[in-house]
Design a protein around this ligand. Sequence first.
Ligand code: PLP
Length: 289
Amino acid sequence: MKVYVNGKFYDKKDAKISVFDHGLLYGDGVFEGIRSYSRLVFKLKEHIERLYESAHSIMLDIPMAKEKLIQAVLSTLKENKLNDAYIRLIVTRGEGDLGLDPRKCSGKATIIIITDRIALYPEKFYKEGLVIITVPTIRNIPEALNPQIKSLNYLNNILAKIEAINGGSDEAIMLDHLGYVAECTGDNIFIVKRDHLYTPPQCMGTLRGITRDSVLDIARNNKIPVHEHVLTRHELYISDECFLTGTAAEIIPVVKVDGRKIGNGKPGKLTLSLMKKFRELTKKEGVKY
Ligand SMILES: Cc1ncc(COP(=O)(O)O)c(C=O)c1O
């Protein structure tokens, strides 16, 4: 496996960065998780756009034009001869000293592209649905660290994941500081109630997920009413259907939340139909390599 680091390809064992890199020392950097299907990179432009937005927000200058970075992603995929891949694109502040001051890293941003075979979630989750719980760790407050910034600092999500695992669940629902539903540790959340689709708006500390946007588009194109709406835990409990969305998970049904059965306890009809439509989209849309 070849890894791209600052314009060159290295074998996995030789792909290294400095221990003084602020991405390592402080989680000072941004990233994207992208996916390709049969040599088509799904929503590549949208991921690149979000990466540059995250970087702009933290005043991290990506020393490469967007089009060149797109080409670098595509050549990494070709180099590794991968048809279906998970792509991790990382830009760190680069090498500095042991202090926080980002000026010490000036002009040294590190660009890393790792491509690998996609580690699929067990098929059982898609057929039977996930059992998830809400956890005590709340999602970052936007005024402290805005969840729209897809930064290398994922400790907030990791703490929630640990609480989910300790509670015997594979995924956690994170609330915002007021107790409303925000999102999961690496996925967005949707519910269905009386054939309407609901998902929390961005201002609730919810990442504007690219899969979330695709689902909203599919729904609108199919005349399914959609609402970006504040959700309480109660609304999750009494929903007819619930599902999560994310690049790695795609669309995954949820059948139990905090011990409450969702709908009839099986993946819902609308969820299954959206899963099918989303998979069809990934087969035909994307940047070819
Ligand atoms: C916290 C969080 N929420 C939601 C998502 C889903 O976003 P996307 O659909 O763009 O992968 C991710 C994945 O990147 C995430 O890390």
